[in-house]
Design a protein around this ligand. Structure first.
Ligand code: RFL
Ligand code: PHB
Length: 389
């Protein structure tokens, strides 16, 4: 078997890169460890920057997003029981789109199937070979048979726990990490969202977030202990806890109902440098993780895909190595700014078990400054809607 580009992983970054390359006549093979149903069952991101929306348009998969997605012009924040609003449109002229990662992935999977391009699900023992040479290969097992695929390039789109980053010799890669001392307990429920906009809450009992997937499906999160057990959280316990972290208006309007998904996610900041190793490129969560507070993870995956797609097109159409050589530095420049914003939002809105009375006062002062300063609100808005590619 042969392909020009082998893409490891069929999450949003692998599927988006695959679709864009296929449209340019570049031959790709996607190998994914899980089944399509498993990939679609992971409830994750909900907010798309305009840059990510444009990428989906370019890939020809944006029709349902435009029909069903919700355009948000701002966000609300609750602190000390008082609600404040940051207007994205007023400060930046831009908006964000609330459209779930599950739907993005489904639209991309449907496009892959319609295009007839190759994708292999439930591939076992995916192994990367010789990416330091001009002739890399990827091998895997499927239905008891071993396959070996020769290619020009490997795109490692296989997430934080994937094989691509692990395949790089440890002395060739440097990693930077911060693990936060809490997690997010999330639920999805077919209830009317408590507000038309997202609400980020800093409460003495911890952070909370009111998000949504549609006007009839809500997504809520609570800051929880890192070792919190989902089984200990009945729906009733979740709703009661969320109600106590909201302002009186939110508590009054909160509609409750059975959860259709409930999970605990750890919070981590992580960056691997560089993102290119000969003919292997790391893309999306395989190279970097942000805590979800700034809604940046999927959006960073989209900007990585932008840079790598442009680089591969330059290589195949113009015989230029410039894009490939510049990929890692270009991607990392944007990544570190999104890492900073996500780390800052996390620090601003969570209660840290180890924080001193002085640090608590500093957090309060920073929030007070944000609510009273147009410049501070403009900075939040500029980062939230997404820095330029
Ligand atoms: P993914 O989505 O992890 O996909 C990687 C794919 O690779 C497969 N894989 C392998 N395949 C073959 N061989 C192997 N050895 C393999 N190992 C793994 C996996 O099965 C999988 O299908 O990475 P990708 O494509 O880079 O996409 C990244 C995004 O998924 C991630 O950044 C976002 O979900 C982060 N995120 C958010 N991002 C946003 O932009 N906005 C948000 O509002 C937002 N909210 C969130 C989030 C992530 C969350 N969690 C649970 C981590 C909220 C949460 C709670
Ligand atoms: C979500 O809807 O899942 C979501 C929204 C905003 C965030 C994180 C997650 O910052």
């Amino acid at each position: 078997m042969r392909a020009q580009v082998v893409i490891v992983g069929a999450g949003p970054s692998g599927l988006l890169l695959g679709q864009l390359l296929h449209q340019q006549g570049i031959d790709t093979l996607i190998v994914e460890r899980r089944s399509p149903d498993y990939v679609l069952s992971r409830i994750r991101a909900g907010v798309l920057e305009q840059g990510a929306q444009s990428m989906l348009e370019e890939a020809g998969v944006a029709a349902r997003m435009h029909a069903e997605g919700l355009v948000h012009t701002g966000t609300e924040l609750i602190f000390n029981g008082k609600r404040h609003r940051v207007d994205f449109k007023e400060h930046t002229g831009k908006t964000v789109m609330v459209y779930g990662q599950t739907e993005v992935t489904k639209d991309l999977m449907d496009a892959r199937t319609a295009s007839g391009a190759k994708i292999i699900y439930e591939a076992e023992d995916v192994t990367l070979h010789d990416f330091g040479s001009e002739k890399p290969r990827v091998s895997f097992r499927k239905d008891g048979m071993t396959h070996d695929v020769a290619c020009d390039f490997i795109a490692g789109c296989d997430g934080y726990h994937g094989v691509s980053r692990e395949s790089v010799p440890t002395d060739a890669i440097k990693t930077f990490e911060r693990v936060y001392p809490f997690g997010w307990l999330g639920i999805l429920s077919d209830t009317r969202p408590v507000s038309d906009e997202l609400i980020y809450v800093n409460d003495p009992k911890g952070f909370a977030l009111c998000s949504m997937r549609s006007m009839t499906r809500s997504r809520y999160y609570l800051q929880c202990r890192i070792d919190e057990k989902v089984e200990d959280w009945s729906d009733e316990r979740f709703w009661n806890e969320l109600r106590t972290r909201l302002d009186p208006e939110g508590a009054e309007r909160l509609e409750t109902g059975p959860s259709i998904e409930k999970s605990v996610a750890p919070l981590r900041s992580f960056v691997a440098e560089p993102m290119r190793f000969g003919r292997l490129f790391l893309v999306g969560d395989s190279a970097h993780i942000v805590p979800p507070t700034g809604a940046k993870g999927l959006n960073l995956a989209a900007s990585d895909v932008r840079y790598l797609f442009d680089a591969l097109v330059d290589f195949y159409k113009d015989h230029s190595n410039a894009g490939i050589d510049g990929y890692s530095a270009r991607a990392l420049a944007r990544i570190w700014k999104a890492e900073r914003f996500s780390w800052w939002m996390t620090g601003l809105l969570h209660r840290f078990p180890e924080s001193s009375p002085f640090e608590q006062r500093m957090q309060g002062a920073e929030l007070d400054y944000l609510f009273s300063s147009r410049a501070a609100q403009a900075a939040l808005a500029e980062n939230y809607v997404g820095l330029p590619y």
